[in-house]
Design a protein around this ligand. Structure first.
Ligand code: SF4
Ligand code: SF4
Length: 210
């Protein structure tokens, strides 16, 4: 998938945005402190919550994943294991098994960003506990969630990631409902037609192979 890279501005090359970040941190020091009574009172969640990754499931119960392996490849923690198999469905391939080791997962969201099929998304599920290591390796059945429960996150994520896609994902009205959350400040920071954007393959970069 073609990806766009942005040329850094002069202030960014001088690391000046760090000053902005430090100012924000300094300002927060003087805010009124909040005590959260967790776990009695849950943590507020929204579409921006980047919880544990989950697989989305079509309305007919089938998986959206086509076992392409992109998420497995980009996962920096080697947390994903996929065993693909041929299927009679039109997608031709689907995962026979799909495992995510939640003890390895660092909730980075790379799998969500890489997936071309809107099949894996960061859910708002934050808690995960168990006495054995094996219980933290979630299989396909445990990972699947109805896509109807993930639409808000999918709309939110597409708003962000389409800014970096040369060919933005088509907006499916069922997946990106009109009431999708507002585009985040991160997404609006760089407009899609920003003249400073250029194809990534035009940049001489060192590629890391695994
Ligand atoms: S969120 Fe990051 S670490 Fe976790 S499974 Fe996805 S790519 Fe791997
Ligand atoms: S979840 Fe997405 S990226 Fe991962 S194997 Fe399935 S289709 Fe490919």
């Amino acid at each position: 998938m073609p990806v766009l890279a942005r040329t850094l501005s002069f202030t960014e090359r001088m690391y000046l945005p760090i000053v902005k970040g430090l100012f924000f941190t300094f300002r927060v020091l003087f805010r009124k402190h909040i005590v959260r009574m967790y776990p009695e009172v849950g943590i507020p969640r929204s579409a921006a919550t980047r919880g544990q990754p989950r697989l989305s499931q079509n309305e007919d119960g089938t998986v959206r994943c086509v076992a392409c392996g992109l998420c497995e490849f980009v996962c920096p923690a080697y947390a994903i294991t996929i065993h693909g198999a041929a299927t009679e469905r039109f997608i031709e391939r689907e995962p026979r098994e799909f495992e995510i080791d939640m003890l390895r997962c660092i909730l980075c969201g790379f799998c969500e960003e890489a997936c071309p099929k809107e099949a894996i998304y960061m859910s708002d599920e934050l808690e995960h506990a168990g006495p054995t290591r094996a219980e933290h390796v979630m299989n396909k059945t445990q990972l699947l969630r109805p896509i109807s429960k993930m639409r808000e996150r999918i709309g939110f994520a597409n708003n962000i990631y389409n800014r970096w896609r040369k060919d933005p994902l088509p907006v499916d009205p069922k997946i990106n409902p009109a009431n999708a959350p507002a585009v985040s400040p991160i997404a609006t920071a760089v407009p899609r037609n920003d003249p400073t954007m250029r194809p990534l393959d035009a940049i001489a970069s060192t590629k890391t192979t695994r």
